[in-house]
Ligand binder design. Structure first.
Ligand code: TYC
Length: 106
């Protein structure tokens, strides 16, 4: 087939190089905020149950937030970070605590 052999002969084709941009999805820091009313025990429980911290880690993070005003709970994808924040706010509301947390891009 003459057409085919002509098309596949070396040096006659068009080379199009495509740079495919791939970006890793952004991660978000979930930050716990201090307040004067939420009990220390409740914050420790939140850190253990929602953020998977050990009892010792949870106490450390809670005290860090208590003394410095805010502290890192974990780094997650946008959806997971949003879900964690929602879970914290829901549990806090159920118990009548004003505990707040927020997220910021890593
Ligand atoms: N400051 C609170 C108290 O003295 C304890 C606390 C710690 C509250 C961390 C919120 O994110 C927090 N009872």
């Amino acid at each position: 087939m003459p057409m085919e052999s002509e098309q596949s002969s070396p040096g006659t084709g068009t080379v199009t190089e495509e740079r495919v941009k791939v970006k890793r999805p952004r991660k978000y820091k979930v930050i716990l905020l201090n307040d004067d009313y939420t009990t220390m025990d409740f914050v420790v429980m939140i850190l253990e149950t929602i953020f998977g911290k050990s009892p010792a880690e949870a106490v450390q993070i809670m005290l860090n937030v208590h003394h410095k005003g805010k502290g890192l709970c974990g780094v997650y994808s946008k959806e997971i970070a949003e879900a964690k924040i929602e879970a914290v706010h829901r549990k806090a509301r159920e118990e009548g605590f004003p505990l707040r947390c927020t997220m910021e891009p890593e």
